[in-house]
Structures are given as C-alpha cells and as structure tokens.
Design a protein around this ligand. Structure first.
Ligand code: M6R
Length: 365
C-alpha cells in the first residue's frame, strides 16, 4: 500500500507532481479558465466584493496564500480566518460576499459550522475539498476537488499542494471575471503553473541530501524559528506546523520583518532559523533579517532560488528550489519544508504517519 516507500508521508510528498497535474487537467478550455462546478454565474461572480477564506490548520495556511493571490490579481479584499474564530464572531457578510471553505477531509466541525452560518447570512459558499461527496462539498454552492486522492498520513502534504493549486485557479478566475487579468495573462500563468509539475519533481530528485544535512542540524534543538516575507511567510507557517506535528520539536513562524520586535531575543549560538528566501520583491529585506540572525550565531537553513550563490555567505545549509514567479513559490518551496519535517522526525525516532494526539479529521470542536 505504501508503494515501496517507508512511510505514507514520503509516498504522499512524492505524489505531489501528479496532484498538480491532475488538479490542472481540463481547466483551460478555449484559452479561458473553466471552473464549471463553481455553482455561480459570471454575473454573480462579478458582483463579489469581499472574500473570506475559512479553514483550520494546514488548510488555513493554503488560505494565507490565497489572500495574496485574490487581492493581487482580482483586487477583491480577502480575509483569512480560522473557522473556529469566524463562527463565533459576527463577520460582515452580505449577498455579495464569497466564503471559500477549505478542508481536506470535508468534515471538520468548525469549518462546517462556519459554512452553515455564512449561508444563513446570505453569503455564497465555495468549498475546496479532497473528499468527494463530503459534508463541505454537499453544503457549499460549488466545489473544487483537489485531486490529491486519499491522504493517509495525519500530516497533510499533498492535500496542501492541491489546495494551493485550486485556490490559485480560483484567484485567476476572479481576476479574469473582474477584468484585471487578460486572457493572455491567464494563459501564461496557467502554463507556468503547469511547469511546477517538473519543478517539484526536480526538488524531490536533487535536494534530499541537502535536506538531510539540514535535519541533522535541527534534530537536537529544543526550538526552531521559521521566517519569510509575503508568500515566504505563508510557507513558513506551514513549515513550522509540519515540524511541530511530526517531530514534536517546538517551532514558530514569523513574518521576517517581525523578528526585531521580539523573536530575535530567542537567538543564541546554534539556534535553528529556517528561512524561505526565494527570489521575490522582498528578497533583500529578508536577507538583511537573516544577517541579523547570523550575527547572533543562529544556525541558518535557507530555502533559496537555484543560482543564488550569495546566500551561501550567510547560510549554514541551503536548499535550492527552481526559479518560479513569487505567486507560485508556495507550490515549490513548501516541498523541502515537508521533507525537512519528516527527516527531523525520523532522526528523533518519531512515527511520521501517526503523530501522538492528532487525528486525521476533526469532526468535533
Ligand atoms: O480536513 P481539514 O483540512 O479541514 O483539516 C484541517 C486540519 O485539521 C489539518 O490541516 C491539520 O492541521 C493537519 N494535521 C495538518 O497537517
């Protein structure tokens, strides 16, 4: 069942190129994006003036990525909120609000409750789930299936990538409907999205030794910090969650610009700082944050863009990912952090598929 892999987590990480390919299949028809399952007409979509992405855990982190894309491409204000918070406050919802509920299992109690509440208040609800016919799929106006297929390991990996790709398509569609993205831009983005299939494969083929060395540098730590800016921050939150879940090593993620407002006090010689510093508009800013960590003796593990030699001057370990536009960096740069979490967990003798205290789906509050 594990298809020759030592654990489901590794098998599922290696399935990610296929997940991207299947999630994209058939989405570009006649040069335009097609998401017929939306359950909304183009007129209804055009009226949307506010988006909430609601989710929990890893799915919430996919929402952080979506916020950047929806606001960037469609210029619609977008908030991302933990479903457990959203359901107990009084969010501003009108009939032109779109609620996007993201859930691998499609049965997370808080997410479902938030969907029900939002619909009563008049919002359109769109589900992104991995499980066909699940409650999230049944109770939403429309649904995109993430095509990850069954995910066995408790820690979500391939589902996250499927969610990010699905949300990217949704953001492109909103940009197209709002007239902010031309058909030519949509086609170009779609082609580049397709290229991430090979790019993920390249990371899997080439970066395992570097990731193993980085894991050795973390395994005896008692805490680790993940940092990045923009998309790099969203990826960092997911990297920290993955490490906590499977290795029981305490990890926190911060937007890199927040370092000097508190977390830098933690840094002492040997303290692991894992940074996402791929080429992006804020690359230089992130690097100067990392220099401050380096000056205090941090053990720096950096996910960087292939060809970035300068980073070696400050990093103790560099894990390279192919150059992609910043919007697509979560699809590639998350992969080494999943592998890092798994390697650290194995070095610490943990069961990566069945971490203590966690369940695959959380059907009670
Ligand atoms: O099935 P869902 O996506 O709604 O689940 C949400 C979280 O419970 C889930 O992502 C959890 O954080 C995973 N263990 C992450 O690896």
């Amino acid at each position: 069942e594990k298809g020759g892999y030592p654990d489901f987590m590794l098998k599922e990480i290696y399935e990610q190129p296929r997940v991207v390919r299947d999630t994209l299949a058939g989405r570009l028809a006649g040069g335009a994006l097609a998401i017929d399952e939306l359950g909304l007409t183009l007129e209804e979509l055009n009226l949307i003036d506010r988006v909430y992405v609601i989710a929990c855990g890893t799915s919430y982190h996919a929402g952080l990525v979506a916020k950047n894309l929806i606001e960037g491409w469609a210029r619609i204000p977008c908030e991302v909120e933990a479903a457990s918070e959203f359901r107990y406050r009084n969010p501003i919802i009108t009939t032109s609000t779109l609620v996007v509920a993201v859930s691998q299992s499609g049965e997370t109690a808080d997410t479902l409750a938030a969907i029900r509440d939002a619909r009563i208040k008049g919002a359109k609800v769109f589900g992104i789930t991995n499980v066909v016919g699940s409650p999230v799929a049944r109770e939403s106006d429309g649904v995109i299936y993430t095509k990850a297929n069954k995910e066995v390991a408790v820690a979500s990996t391939k589902s996250f990538i499927g969610q990010v790709v699905s949300l990217t398509l949704l953001a492109m569609l909103l940009g197209q409907v709002k007239g902010r993205l031309s058909q030519a831009q949509v086609r170009l983005l779609f082609r580049e999205l397709g290229d991430t299939v090979q790019q993920i494969q390249r990371i899997l083929d080439q970066q395992r030794p570097a990731i193993h060395d980085a894991a050795l540098a973390c395994k005896d730590a008692s805490s680790a910090l993940f940092v990045g800016r923009g998309m790099g921050a969203a990826i960092s939150y997911e990297g920290a969650l993955k490490l906590k879940e499977v290795s029981y090593l305490h990890a926190e993620a911060y937007a890199a610009g927040e370092m000097k407002h508190g977390p830098i006090a933690l840094i002492e010689p040997g303290f692991p700082v894992i940074a996402v510093a791929t080429k992006s508009p804020t690359y230089d800013k992130t690097v100067s944050n990392l220099k401050e960590c380096e000056a205090r003796g941090a053990s720096l593990i950096v996910v960087a863009t292939e060809g970035d030699k300068d980073i070696c001057a400050i990093a103790d370990h560099v894990i390279y990912v192919p150059a992609v536009r910043d919007a697509f960096s979560p699809i590639t740069a998350t992969v080494p952090l999943q592998l890092l979490a798994r390697e650290v967990a194995l070095l610490r003798g943990c069961d990566v598929d069945q971490p203590r205290n966690l369940a695959k789906s959380v059907t009670v509050e």
